[in-house]
Write a protein that binds this ligand. Structure first.
Ligand code: MG
Length: 308
């Protein structure tokens, strides 16, 4: 199938506007927009996934999910996105259809609109997405936290990292941990809530310790984490065998895509959480200084995952 056939196969699975807003012209033309966020992130075969452990719909889902998580971290409402596909020789029209199918399901759920993209031959399968989200007020930044703020997580951590190690020993493994690795759920609605109720935020993509380190540096504060308060799933605790064995995954494992937020007034935040029907786990406090501490001990060394 030629380039244009592949583009049609991919795009036909999305709800798209006609040109000039949707795909099909040389550029997409957007109406005048208010304040918005833009993010871009790539998913590359051999770096972020392998064909043996991810299905094509998994890859399509995850490529969009990781970008949605960055919009969530800013408190933005997803609006539109573009996709640049790098297709190796082995990729068939059926593979392209499945990639688009996994992505289109998540796009529909978040009402984020595909407005254009590109297809090229490549050595590895790669998907580079650019997403934009609308801001309904000031964005949630990494730099807004102050000493005394409390730290909360919007979900458990560690599942995706243990899921990845399960896939390393058994590519056909299936469990909630493997699902967390293959099909992360971006916390978009929580992010929009957090924008109104939190002083700073970041998504946990590279591991709690590392991403908390980014927030601390940007805000000029130190963090005190309480190991007993780290939220861990039953699946993680079962698979790891104990809380102690699970802790490295929770602390330094990556790709959970939950949100980490700083909160100035915890009682007011918790009342707002209950009213809005969200859950969050208080894991520590910020103070003057620098660095990330766990139970009073400074964390050093490799804090999380880096993709290079
Ligand atoms: Mg991020």
């Amino acid at each position: 199938m030629d380039e244009f056939g592949l583009i049609d196969t991919f795009v036909s699975q999305f709800d798209v506007a006609p040109p000039p807003r949707g795909p099909g012209d040389d550029c997409a033309v957007l109406p005048k927009q208010g304040p918005s966020c833009v993010t871009t992130d790539a998913l590359v075969e051999g770096v972020h996934f392998t064909r043996g452990t991810f299905s094509m719909p998994d890859v399509g889902h995850k490529a969009l999910a990781v970008n949605l998580s960055d919009l969530a971290a800013m408190g933005a409402r997803p609006a539109w996105f573009t996709v640049a596909l790098g297709l190796p020789g082995w990729a068939t029209a059926r593979d392209v259809k499945k990639l688009g199918g996994g992505m289109a399901r998540l796009a529909k759920l978040h009402r984020v609109e595909l407005i254009g993209g590109n297809v090229t031959r490549a050595d590895q399968l790669s998907l580079t997405l650019t997403l934009s989200g609308a801001l309904e007020g000031p964005p949630l930044l990494r730099s807004g936290a102050k000493p005394g703020d409390a730290l909360y997580l919007s979900g458990p951590v560690g599942d995706a990292a243990l899921g990845l190690s399960l896939l390393g020993t058994n590519s056909g493994a299936s469990s909630p941990l493997v699902d967390a690795q293959r099909r992360p759920v971006p916390h978009v609605a929580f992010g929009r809530f957090a924008r109104r109720h939190c002083s700073a935020g970041i998504d946990v993509s590279d591991g709690l310790a590392q991403d908390l380190g980014h927030l601390c540096r940007a805000s000029g504060v130190a963090a005190e984490l309480d190991s007993a308060a780290l939220p861990m799933s039953e699946a993680l605790l079962d698979a790891a065998g104990s809380r102690k064995a699970a802790q490295p995954y929770a602390l330094r494992g990556g790709e959970d895509y939950v949100l980490l937020v700083a909160v100035r007034d915890p009682p007011a935040f918790e009342r707002a959480l209950t009213r809005a029907g969200f859950e969050a786990w208080r894991i520590g406090t910020l103070r003057k200084g620098s660095g990330v501490n766990l139970d009073g001990v400074r964390l050093t060394g490799r804090l999380g995952f880096t993709h290079r």
